[in-house]
Design a protein around this ligand. Structure first.
Ligand SMILES: [Zn+2]
Ligand SMILES: [Zn+2]
Length: 359
């Protein structure tokens, strides 16, 4: 807590140690008016406003003041008092505390200052597209139908007719919250009039009903790069929902679903394939023809190949998106023993068997 004030609270408010509550109120009022962020947005003023508010929060409270007088700030800390860290803290504490703070603040500022509408980033959206296995390998273009909230063009997002800015909500005086007291408890709930925004539109834009955003249906083109894999997402920056109050729009993610292939399988940028060969081919080796995504390719089988042996066809896989790398086709040899033999083949096998017996 290096940045917090170490100045004496009485000194901050410029009052004597035995100043009565009235004087403390007056002193705070003067400082708050001078340094209120709505009047002076400079960081120095904000710092002073916080400092004065913290001093006031303590000195206007009989119990806190007594602890402070006796034990200083450390004494308050020891009793769970946290000090004021930022501007929102001031408004949160003072307005939720009600009583003297609420009275003083409404006396000071008329109503609660409208909550600063914080810039809010628009939501991200997710769409899915389904691709054939081959399409994923070579890349594809698609249109996705997206329903999204976008800034209303008629009111430029203000929600008011002709772009008129919203006004402080009369129901909650800008708090965005209605506090109901039940004995000792107060319960806060979002203001139904302004839906918690703290502001309402006097003359709402007809096109968006005063919301400043409109549901829009739009077909958006997306390029799925060659080599896109099942579950991969393409991000379209800014194509999500519009931000509010100056916030950036969200992004649209398009997730690819890749259908399985009859004979090929994907392993990242490699294509897996099983090639059936005969025992003779396995024994003798030689050239074989292997189907790939780009058509038939010749490959060599080593003499004496075993079932399960692997040969690779370099570069016959798919590109790895975002790189120049291309995968291979990984061919697993499956040696098939014939279930039925034609007459001549049978004779040759018999000869082979005799030969094996002699060896
Ligand atoms: Zn509008
Ligand atoms: Zn309201």
């Amino acid at each position: 807590m290096a940045s917090r004030t170490t100045r004496d609270y009485y000194e901050v408010l410029g009052v004597s140690r035995d100043a009565p509550l009235d004087e403390i109120k007056r002193a705070y009022r003067r400082l708050a008016l001078q340094y209120h962020p709505d009047r002076d947005p400079s960081p120095e003023a904000t710092e002073k406003f916080k400092e004065a508010s913290e001093a006031f929060e303590v000195l206007a409270d009989r119990d806190k003041r007594r602890i402070y007088d006796g034990y200083g700030y450390e004494g308050l800390q020891g009793r769970g008092y946290g000090g004021i860290t930022d501007l929102d803290d001031v408004f949160e504490r003072f307005f939720s505390a009600g009583g003297i703070f609420g009275d003083l603040l409404s006396d000071l500022f008329g109503t609660r200052p409208a909550r600063r509408r914080r810039a809010r980033r628009g939501s991200d959206l997710l769409a899915r597209v389904t691709l054939e296995f081959e399409e994923a390998a070579r890349g594809a273009e698609r249109e996705v139908d997206v329903e999204r909230l976008r800034t209303c063009g008629d009111c430029d997002g203000t929600g008011g007719v002709d772009g008129k800015s919203p006004e402080t909500c009369p129901a909650c005086h800008g708090a965005g919250e209605i506090v109901q007291r039940h004995g000792f408890f107060s319960v806060g709930m979002p203001c139904p009039r302004c839906r918690g925004e703290g502001e309402v539109i006097g003359d709402p834009c007809e096109k968006c009903g005063g919301r400043g955003v409109r549901l829009e249906r739009r077909a958006i083109k997306v390029d799925l790069p060659a080599g896109v894999d099942d579950g991969m997402r393409v991000r379209l920056v800014g194509e999500g929902e519009s931000g509010r109050y100056g916030g950036a729009p969200g992004d649209l993610y398009v997730e690819a679903r890749v259908k399985p292939h009859k004979v090929f399988q994907r392993d990242r940028d490699n294509i897996l394939y099983e090639l059936a060969i005969s025992p003779a081919r396995a024994a003798l080796g030689g050239d074989v023809v292997v189907p790939t995504l780009k058509g038939d390719e010749k490959a060599k089988v080593r003499a004496g190949s075993q079932d399960g042996d692997v040969i690779k066809i370099r570069g016959a896989g798919v590109p790895r998106p975002g790189t120049n790398a291309v995968g291979d086709q990984v061919v697993t040899l499956r040696v098939g023993i014939p279930k039925k033999l034609k007459r001549r083949a049978k004779k040759l096998y018999e000869e082979l068997l005799t030969l094996e017996g002699e060896e």
